[in-house]
Design a protein around this ligand. Structure first.
Ligand code: AMP
Ligand code: MN
Ligand code: MN
Ligand code: MN
Length: 286
């Protein structure tokens, strides 16, 4: 049986990816993606371009975003799919979420300067497509360009994460607010790459329980960040909690990303794909 090649997690220059939405759409199509979502961080400014580019490339499209949330003092990402990108409450919520990024970036640069790395703010800015959205990824590119680190994975091992130079704690949106912005705009909220969070089983259970209580309905089971063991674990969690399952590469850049667009394993057959519940939200190419 042919399972749909859905890739519902990717980033463009509108956040911290390096390809424009149009180039990303062409690459996704060339990689065999049949249903695509652009999910830029805290921003829906690329959605109309992405939908038009998907149509031009002959792909079905779902609107998307990835909202930064603070839960139990940890940054958690919530993917929204199939919402109205022009919804005023969603746009206001995302704007508020983006607001602290510039000040945080200056503090990150100050922290790096204290270990002898100068000019990081200006250096990171060179990689930024959307000034509202300066992120750790842009600092990572600067640290690679200047030879401080060999690649972005080394960057996040040695810098920019808790306890390391360049890390600045930040308070993002509240879980319930992010879920409500997405669902209020007619979409479905999905817990992104759950294996990446350093939660104890108890706190992870609390995350899923509260997420569902706020109206969240999905979880990423197959993502670039999950190995086979994690796919099994979160497939079981999806069944236990009655959640829809999503699949997405989290593609950012042809060289940096370990997972190509559309190249992930299929969702386990026992799961309900999130796109099954979004049929009336899919923008059909034909
Ligand atoms: P920010 O939203 O500014 O905190 O930046 C977070 C972004 O940094 C994520 O969306 C990823 O693109 C990137 N990132 C975070 N941790 C890692 C990691 N361990 N390896 C590679 N990229 C990472
Ligand atoms: Mn990112
Ligand atoms: Mn993420
Ligand atoms: Mn992502």
């Amino acid at each position: 049986m042919h399972l749909l090649n859905a890739d519902l997690h990717s980033h463009s220059t509108v956040s911290d990816g390096t390809l424009e939405p149009e180039a990303l759409a062409r690459r996704a199509q060339a990689c065999g993606v049949e249903l695509w979502a652009l999910t830029d961080h805290d921003e829906v400014g690329g959605q109309h371009r992405a939908a038009a580019a998907a149509r031009a490339a002959g792909m079905d499209y779902l609107t998307g975003c990835e909202i930064s949330v603070t839960f139990a003092d940890v940054t958690v990402h919530i993917v929204g799919l199939g919402f109205d990108p022009d919804d005023a409450a969603l746009q206001a919520g995302l704007q508020a979420t983006r607001a602290g990024r510039s000040a945080r970036a200056r503090e990150m640069a100050d922290s790096l300067a204290r270990v002898g790395i100068r000019g990081a703010y200006e250096g990171a800015l060179k990689y930024v497509g959307n000034p509202d959205l300066i992120s750790r990824t842009h600092f990572g590119r600067f640290l690679v360009e200047t030879g401080v680190c060999g690649d972005t994975h080394e960057v996040f091992r040695r810098y920019l994460t808790e306890g390391k130079p360049g890390y600045v704690p930040h308070r993002w949106a509240r879980l319930g607010d992010a879920v409500r912005w997405i669902t209020g705009a007619g979409g479905i909220a999905v817990v992104a790459h759950p294996a990446r969070y350093p939660f104890t089983p108890t706190v992870e259970y609390a995350l899923f329980t509260e997420f569902i209580a706020h109206g969240g309905r999905g979880v990423e089971v197959v993502t670039g960040a999950h190995g086979v063991a994690e796919q099994h674990k979160y497939a079981d969690m999806a069944l236990e909690f009655g959640l829809l399952a999503s699949r997405g590469s989290d593609f950012h850049d042809p060289d940096e990303s370990r997972t190509e667009l559309g190249s992930l394993p299929d969702l386990p057959g026992r799961l309900q794909p999130v796109w099954g519940a979004l049929q009336d939200r899919i923008r059909r190419a034909t």
